[in-house]
Design a protein around this ligand. Sequence first.
Ligand code: HEM
Length: 466
Amino acid sequence: MEVLMGSVYALVLGGWVCFGLLKWNGMRYNRRGLPPGTMGWPFFGETTEFLKQGPDFMKNKRARFGSVFKSHILGSPTIVSMDPELNRYILLNEGKGLVPGYPQSTLDILGKSNIAAVRGSDHKRIRGSFLSLVNLSMLKDWLLPRIDKYMRLHLNNLDSKTIDIQKLTANMALFIAFKQMMETESSSSYEAFKAEFDKLMVGSLSLPINIPGTNYYGGFMGRKRVLRILREIIEKRRDSLMKHDDILDYLLKDEDSRYKLNDDEILDQVIMILYSGFETISTTSMMAIKYLHDHPTALQELRDEHFAIRGRKKPEEPIEWNDYKTMSFSRAVTFETLRLATVVNGVLRKTTEEMELNGFVIPRGWRIYVYTREINYNPFLYPEPLKFNPWRWLDKSMESQNYCFLFGGGSRLCPGKELGIVIISTFLHYFVTQYRWEEVGGEKILKFPRVEAPNGLHVRVSKYQD
Ligand code: HEM
């Protein structure tokens, strides 16, 4: 009996302590004018629930508090906006003090000059340099021929094999980006680079705890080694008279003085180019293969588009810009995959001063999660939103409608958008014209907080014969 009473007291006491902590934490952030919401536990906030429940966490909160609410996630007090109009306003108004608000771990590991960390004139200069590397004439004359060459190499020889598409697309995205950046570097230096870069990527989305064994620590060490490898390559290039026709040489030659970058900025720019395209391109390519596998009519239409191109060419002839311009169904498949899989859930901003948004007062320095995921499933914008229907994107006005944030918006609109679509379309071209594939194992795919197949996505590949 006493034992039982003791347990009851402990439970009641425990309950009171928990209640007290939750209440205290809620009161700490209970300022006049803030949106409604709960702040969870001291320090941890509601991060665990957010990561565990994902989109349902957001939907439940919206049902309780409306489309704009406060919470405490990923280490800081955060306003979540699920309001399409407000999201658009935030993305279009960086100049009014709504600047990128990525976590400290991301900024530490990607470097203080990375494009997401800079603002104002520095952002204009670094973005200008970036755009000069991926503009239309670079894409047509320089990038596409290389993407074609390395895509063939990467997708060569898959016949009669069982492969993990997740691994294949991840390696493809990094290999193609590396070759554009440093074409003449050997495959052994690519392998050494890749091992360190993988650590850097894992560390960039981690809790900033700098002790050996943590992802953050590993990412930081990865960054150090990546920088060492890059510095050695740059020194070698400066000491020799040899010309290298690649992006790194272009950055080092620095012919366009409007976007002059110092050495540290060049290093961060190289890391950012490799980093920013990597996950989006690999997961979109993987999910496109998944959706096409499950939708034979769409796959057939895609194959027809690519066989029409091959029919005009000899087998060894590369894809040219005019061919790419005819790939409207591939473009539609890319957009529909980005929408349905929600490769990008949203973007992070923070306030540089106290400001009023939608009638609420947001304190200075608060993070805003511009959560765009639900817009992708809005039945007014996308009838039958859960259906994979690439045809909806053949209406070109869909890409430019006000609430299409698949590539962000405003002054931070993705500068690699067209490059990304070119890479994914080239991948689809060589994959669907050379192979057919069957899934083995029907593996699980997680869609939140990032799209991934925890055990891989295995397919059995065979040569395509009509
Ligand atoms: C399917 C492919 C891609 C998707 C879905 C995508 C998506 C996005 C989104 C949503 C943003 C906005 C981030 C924000 O507002 O904070 C963004 C920014 C950015 N993206 Fe992409 N991206 C893709 C491919 C690429 C590629 C291939 C590159 C470069 C090689 C790239 C480079 C960048 C850079 C540098 C920024 C930052 C721009 C700035 O802050 O001014 N992206 N991307």
